[in-house]
Design a protein around this ligand. Structure first.
Ligand SMILES: *[C@@H]1O[C@H](CO)[C@@H](O)[C@H](O)[C@H]1NC(C)=O
Ligand SMILES: *[C@@H]1O[C@H](CO)[C@@H](O)[C@H](O)[C@H]1NC(C)=O
Ligand SMILES: *[C@@H]1O[C@H](CO)[C@@H](O)[C@H](O)[C@H]1NC(C)=O
Ligand SMILES: *[C@@H]1O[C@H](CO)[C@@H](O)[C@H](O)[C@H]1NC(C)=O
Length: 502
């Protein structure tokens, strides 16, 4: 600061300007003209507030004050102290300085009229501890000639979220499936704040391998990346800066079914399920033997919503031989399409693992199977992880039940002598043939005989289930003993029970 010498400086400036004035008198300077013409701040504005105050002084062109640059730009961080200069040339004793923040006067002569601004003796203004709200166009205006210089001050936010180097703080953004984008949380804070990202409310732990601090790289973007990303710069304060962005992802439909094989019977009906999610909105239709299925007496459609996905169900009435075979569900939107195949047949559906119980080395497992026709046989395969061949338990040559159709439950107990990871799978047979094998069910027999297993995420048949068991055994035990490759004692019993519908 130069307050102590205020008067001295003022005198000195006046003297210097006086000399300059004398020396340049009568020498027109092109820049001054340009400056004057460039100055369009009020040129197309009839209501120039300064015009009225301007006394009609006789202007000597050579003596006009001017700026070497009419436009300045200052980039600052929040909390910075900023000096806005007004480095005018040809400043005369009769000239006065006014400062404007956009259209608001902030300094009149050498007196600040708006708090926080400080007028300096060299016509500059000083602004302490700037905030993003100070970002504006500032004008230093030299009267009476109305020569002005614009200074654009930009104060960055304390924290910004950039997507591919573009500021998207507190906005939403749409990505496309397969895109690659980079989200960066940038702060302008003293010290080293800890950048904390979260996604849909769950903290994203940054791995030490992250090349750049505060950067999230999204590769091969998919629907799982859609959601709210929040960034917080933990600077230890009570009010740490934070920001968020909402990411929307457009993707081609995700199509699935929970029943790849649908069992039905002659004269009955069949339901073909097509589950999908899509953004933007998708349309679905079914195809059989290359032809799109049209609604008719035979075919109807039902739309429903099931925890997070949409389902279209094709209902086939009065089933006959020609209705069996492969149905294709085709779902498409603006991004693309996907399909799922469903087989309609008279054979049993693929068995689904239901649950299991481990007691020491004894394992009891349950599967569920749909077949309107009676099951005549079931086969269970099991093996220790790493062995090449399956051991097979086969029961029920032909066993007829008096039933009206529905879901069957297969229960099987094994005594496994070896610790380790085991795999088990099941298939069943009805008069029309064998089902596919169920997916392998994996479980572990621990060292102390205690077991654990990963719960299967296979969908259970949705219909109501009532147990009505018919116990069977004997043969299963025999074949298991005969085929057990490890020579241990195996107690195996396969229990096949029909579950009647309510
Ligand atoms: C005016 O004075 C301030 C404070 O001494 C200084 O930072 C600034 O650079 C000066 N401006 C000019 C144009 O000399
Ligand atoms: C400047 O002021 C005018 C009139 O008050 C206003 O319309 C404009 O938005 C302001 N410019 C900025 C950058 O704030
Ligand atoms: C389900 O479909 C409706 C309209 O048919 C749509 O508004 C909604 O977004 C869809 N839901 C999903 C998860 O695709
Ligand atoms: C099944 O049982 C019902 C009544 O319980 C009987 O009327 C029917 O004849 C039985 N069907 C067969 C195939 O045994």
């Amino acid at each position: 600061m130069i307050r102590a010498k205020d008067t001295t400086w003022l005198l000195l400036i006046c003297l210097l300007i006086g000399q300059f004035y004398v020396r340049t008198h009568g020498t027109p300077i092109d820049e001054t003209k340009d400056d004057y013409q460039d100055d369009d701040y009020y040129s197309d504005n009839e209501e120039d507030p300064l015009e009225d105050e301007t006394p009609p002084v006789v202007d000597t062109p050579a003596a006009r004050p001017y700026f070497e640059e009419s436009d300045l730009r200052i980039e600052a961080k929040p909390g910075d102290d900023v000096v806005l200069n007004c480095d005018v040339r040809n400043f005369m004793i009769n000239n006065a300085v006014m400062w404007y923040k956009n259209t608001t006067m902030i300094v009149n002569g050498n007196t600040a009229v708006v708090p926080r601004f400080e007028a300096m003796k060299n016509n500059s203004i000083f602004l302490q501890n700037v905030t993003p709200a100070d970002s504006e166009n500032y004008y230093c205006v030299i009267l009476p000639q109305d020569v002005r210089q614009r200074t654009t001050l930009r104060v960055g936010a304390r924290l910004s979220i950039l997507c591919d180097d573009r500021d998207i703080t507190d906005r939403s953004q749409t990505f496309r499936q397969g895109d690659h984008h980079k989200l960066e949380c940038r702060t302008y804070l003293p010290g080293e704040p800890t950048i904390k990202w979260s996604f849909n409310g769950i903290r994203i732990e940054s791995s030490p391998s992250d090349e750049e601090k505060g950067v999230i790289v999204l590769d091969n973007i998919d629907d799982v990346n859609a959601g709210v990303y929040q960034c917080l710069a933990d600077d230890g304060s009570h009010d740490p800066p934070h920001g968020m962005v909402t990411i929307d992802v457009q993707y081609s439909p995700k199509v699935s079914t929970h029943r790849h094989h649908v069992n039905t019977e002659e004269g009955g009906f069949a339901e073909v399920y097509c589950n999908y999610r899509a953004n933007p909105i998708a349309r679905s239709f079914f195809v059989k033997e290359g032809k799109t299925i049209q609604l008719s007496e035979k075919y109807s459609l039902r739309d429903s919503v099931h925890n997070g996905h949409n389902r279209t169900t094709l209902i086939i009435r009065d089933v006959e031989e020609s209705d069996l075979g492969e149905y294709l569900c085709h779902v498409e939107n603006a991004i693309g399409y996907n399909e799922v195949k469903v087989h309609v047949s008279y054979k049993p559906e693929t068995p689904q693992f239901e649950d299991m119980k481990l007691e020491g080395t004894k394992v009891t497992m349950h599967w569920l199977v749909r077949s309107l026709q009676p099951l005549s046989e079931a086969m269970l395969d099991y093996k220790l992880s790493g062995s090449y061949t399956w051991s097979t338990v086969s029961v029920l040559e032909t066993h007829r039940h008096n039933q009206t159709g529905g879901i069957w439950k297969i229960t099987h107990q094994l005594d496994l002598p070896r610790r380790g990871m085991w795999h088990a799978r099941v298939k069943t047979k009805n008069p029309y043939g064998w089902s596919n094998f169920s997916p392998d069910h994996d479980f572990t027999i621990q060292a102390d005989g205690e077991g654990s297993y990963e719960p299967s995420d296979a969908d259970l048949p949705p219909d109501q289930i009532v147990q009505a068991g018919i116990g069977l055994g004997g043969r299963g035990t025999a074949s298991a003993l005969a085929q057990m490759p490890l020579g241990g004692v195996i107690l195996a019993a396969l229990l096949l029970r029909q579950i009647r519908q309510l």
